[in-house]
Structures are given as structure tokens and as C-alpha cells.
Design a binder for this molecule. Structure first.
Ligand SMILES: Nc1ncnc2c1ncn2[C@@H]1O[C@H](COP(=O)(O)OP(=O)(O)OP(=O)(O)O)[C@@H](O)[C@H]1O
Ligand SMILES: [Mg+2]
Length: 407
């Protein structure tokens, strides 16, 4: 008797997988290019109207006009007399420096490193890191270095760069990890070679590519080869040291895994930002994150010869993508009970606008002219503004205290 069953489909071979990978890469290039038209490689910072400059600077129209008349600040562009003035990001930064007057980091003081981390995927690490970096430049006139340490390269994509097609391993952090086969020395002694300019003034980037995965076998191999003084978890921090004279902030985006690179980012940080989405799976995954994170920080003490323990200026548990639903509020309460004072005073709501923006390779701060309701834009923009200000205000307190100590 014969069964009328169709034969099974063909097996999936390695070549098939390769084909899919190539098709996917080509597709991403197409999508990205159509999103960031007309110039696929160049994204542009937003244009700021006089109203927006006034809002960022916290000044009213009268004060704005007085300052404008003084002739000491950029006048922006005006299509014709009586029309709204428009300012570039660089011009807006000059207005911020003159009006907000953020405390300046003194010459001998170092910039601060903020690592955004959580081993759970999709909890808005990249979104948070991007907004923080852009906001610190735009609202406080800071110089910021962004390091994409996630081999997925999501942040690199948000800068308008295709990590797989356009970035080679020597442009990433890899040369501080990879060793010369003959001399056994790292290919680069520090990261001074790496920062590249981006479309956002005063915000430089060290991009990622999938080559970063190589760090995951290079670092453990070096642990075996080197003498006991080799601190595999300090490689990034030490390589960043000379850059901290130049930048006020370094923001590091990490992969959702406990990798050797992520460990380096946790140990490089002066401050941690740990975004969490209030659902029960993220909550339980966070419990695991804290277990591993605390074990790592205490565990490295026994590894290191001088017995130093890592400490942080601050650790922020940022409730993010908070839905307007009762279930989420219950988890939100758990988070607050568990993490107490570490929970950031700002909460980022879940909004369609934020989701749509990232689907267009944009952040909330990239949006120049939102076509939808101003209220929808304000709902997501305002919490990010507060987050940026809160973080910069606190950093200023650290810089001020360090100055007092040094005096
Ligand atoms: N406030 C928000 N409201 C709605 N969606 C959001 C919001 N913020 C971020 N998202 C969406 O959440 C998704 C995950 O964000 P993101 O890529 O920043 O997370 P991640 O933690 O970096 O992910 P991964 O672990 O893969 O690196 C993205 O699709 C983004 O569009
Ligand atoms: Mg990410």
C-alpha cells in the first residue's frame, strides 16, 4: 500500500544558510538606504527653530531676542524677514553654552564613562545609550564618545553606518585586544586611533562589527598565555584612559550577554545604566543580572593582586518602555521595591512614536519636525530630557567634589 504523503522538503545546507545571510545583508542595505535618503551615508542632525532653542536653553522669547540682538550668538537662518529662525545643532550648542552654562570639566579632570548594560535582550539599552549621548551634546554642550561594543552593531546602524559592509575590525575596539603574533603586544596601545566623527556634532563613535565576536576567544586565550598580572577585565578601561582628557563622557552600549567584552564594559564604567522593561520575564532576568554582576565585581577582587574592589559613582535602574497597562504597574512596583533608591527618578513610557522612530533608524532626538501630535512627541521627549539633565547634574556634582578634594 502506498501512502500519499509528499516527500520531505530538502535539507537546509550550510550553503543555503550562507545564501540567506547574503540576501538578508543586501536587504538591510536596501532598506537602510531608502530610509536615510537622499544620502545613505549621511544622516543629518535636526534643525532647531527659535522656539526649540528657547526650550533647550530654558529662556523666554524676550531673553532670546535680547541675546540675539547682542550679536554675540549665532543668528541662525531666516528664509525672509519675520519668518521663524532656524539653527543648526552646532549653533544650538553655542546657545546652550552661553545660557545653560553647564559646569565645565576642569583641564585635569577626566571624562566619565557610562555603560548601558543588561543581559536581557531588547530592554532598550541601545535606545537609552543613543539618547543619552545625543542629549548630553545637545542639552549640555558636552563632548561625547560613543562606543558600540555589541557585535550586532545596532548603535552603529543608528549612526547611519552599515557595520558589516562598511566597518573593518581595525576601526572597532578589537586592536586593543588582538595581539601581534611576533611581539605578543596588542596591535594598538590605546583607543586614540578609533573615534570617528558622526553626523551629530561633538559626538564621536567607535563602531562595532561582527568581528567583535573574536574578542570572545582572544581574551580567554590571553589569560592562559600571560602572567598572572594580566587583567582581562581592565583592557578597555586602560585603553580608554588617554581619551578621558578629551571627552566629557564615554557612553558604552553592550550586547545582551555576559561576554568578555561586556565584562570589560562593566569594569570600565564610572556609572552603570541598567534599563529594564516592566514585564515579569525581564524582571526575573534582571535578578540573574544582579547576581552575576555583583559576583563579578566582588570576584575580581580576589583575582587582582592589589585587592582593589570596583565601585561606581552611580548605578541607575531605568524603567523603560513602560506600558500604560495595569499588569506593567504591578511589575513596576516589584522593581521599585527590589531596587529602591537605585531606580532612576525618570521613567520612559512605551510609545508608538519611539517604536516607529527606531524602525526608521532614528532616535527621538533625531526628529526635526514631528508631523503627529505635539503631545505624543512631548510624552517621549520630555522624560529623555529629564534623564539627560539628571545624569549631567550629578556628574557635575562629582566633578565639583573632585575639584574640592584636589584643592
Ligand atoms: N519608549 C519606547 N516605546 C516603544 N518601543 C521602544 C521604546 N524604546 C525602544 N523601543 C523599541 O524597543 C526595541 C528594543 O530597543 P533596543 O534595540 O534599544 O533594545 P536593546 O536592549 O539595545 O536590544 P538588544 O538587547 O538586542 O541590544 C526596539 O525595537 C525599539 O524600537
Ligand atoms: Mg542593543
Amino acid at each position: 500500500m502506498e501512502f500519499a504523503i509528499a516527500p520531505p522538503p530538502p535539507r537546509v545546507t550550510a550553503d543555503d544558510l550562507l545564501n540567506v545571510a547574503e540576501r538578508a545583508a543586501a536587504m538591510l542595505r536596501l532598506i537602510r538606504d531608502s530610509m536615510v535618503q537622499p544620502e545613505p551615508h549621511k544622516k543629518h542632525p535636526p534643525i532647531f527653530t527659535s522656539n526649540k532653542v528657547q526650550a533647550i536653553c530654558g529662556i523666554d522669547k524676550t531673553k532670546f531676542n535680547t541675546l540675539l540682538k547682542s550679536g554675540k550668538l549665532p543668528e541662525g537662518q531666516q528664509e525672509s524677514k519675520g519668518k521663524m529662525r532656524k539653527f543648526t545643532l552646532a549653533e544650538t550648542i553655542q546657545w546652550v553654552e552661553a545660557t545653560v552654562k553647564p559646569l565645565k570639566r576642569r583641564k585635569k579632570q577626566k571624562g566619565k564613562i557610562f555603560t548601558v548594560g543588561n543581559f536581557k535582550g531588547g530592554v532598550t539599552k541601545t535606545t537609552t545609550g543613543m539618547n543619552l549621548a545625543q542629549g548630553l551634546v545637545m542639552r549640555r554642550g558636552r563632548r561625547v564618545l560613543y562606543i558600540d561594543l555589541d557585535p550586532q552593531g545596532s548603535s552603529t546602524v543608528l549612526y547611519g553606518i552599515n557595520p558589516n559592509a562598511e566597518i573593518e575590525s581595525h576601526q572597532t575596539v578589537l586592536p586593543i585586544i588582538e595581539r601581534d603574533k611576533k611581539t605578543g603586544e596588542p596591535l594598538q596601545p590605546n583607543l586614540l586611533y578609533a573615534p570617528m566623527k558622526t553626523y551629530w556634532d561633538n559626538l564621536d563613535l567607535i563602531p562595532a562589527s561582527s568581528d567583535l565576536f573574536n574578542a570572545e576567544f582572544m581574551l580567554p586565550a590571553q589569560v592562559h598565555q600571560n602572567d598572572a598580572t594580566f587583567k582581562f577585565w581592565q583592557v578597555l578601561r586602560e585603553a580608554l584612559e588617554p581619551l578621558l582628557d578629551e571627552y566629557d563622557y564615554v557612553v558604552i552600549d553592550t550586547a545582551p550577554t555576559l561576554s568578555y567584552l561586556t565584562i570589560n564594559a562593566l569594569f570600565a564604567a564610572d556609572s552603570m545604566v541598567v534599563p529594564i522593561v516592566p514585564d515579569i520575564l525581564s524582571y526575573s532576568s534582571m535578578v540573574q543580572f544582579w547576581g552575576l554582576f555583583s559576583e563579578l565585581v566582588t570576584g575580581m577582587k580576589s583575582f587582582s593582586k592589589d585587592g582593589e574592589t570596583k565601585s561606581y559613582d552611580s548605578v541607575e535602574v531605568l524603567i523603560s518602555r513602560m506600558p500604560n497597562k495595569p499588569g506593567a504597574q504591578i511589575v513596576n512596583d516589584f522593581i521599585r521595591k527590589t531596587y529602591g533608591s537605585y531606580v532612576t527618578a525618570v521613567e520612559i513610557p512605551e510609545t508608538d512614536l519611539a517604536r516607529t522612530a527606531s524602525n526608521e533608524f532614528k532616535t527621538v532626538y533625531d526628529i526635526s519636525d514631528y508631523a503627529g501630535s505635539p503631545e505624543a512627541y512631548r510624552r517621549i521627549r520630555e522624560p529623555y530630557d529629564r534623564l539627560v539633565d539628571l545624569i549631567d547634574d550629578r556628574t557635575c556634582r562629582f566633578w565639583a567634589a573632585e575639584e574640592l578634594e584636589a584643592a
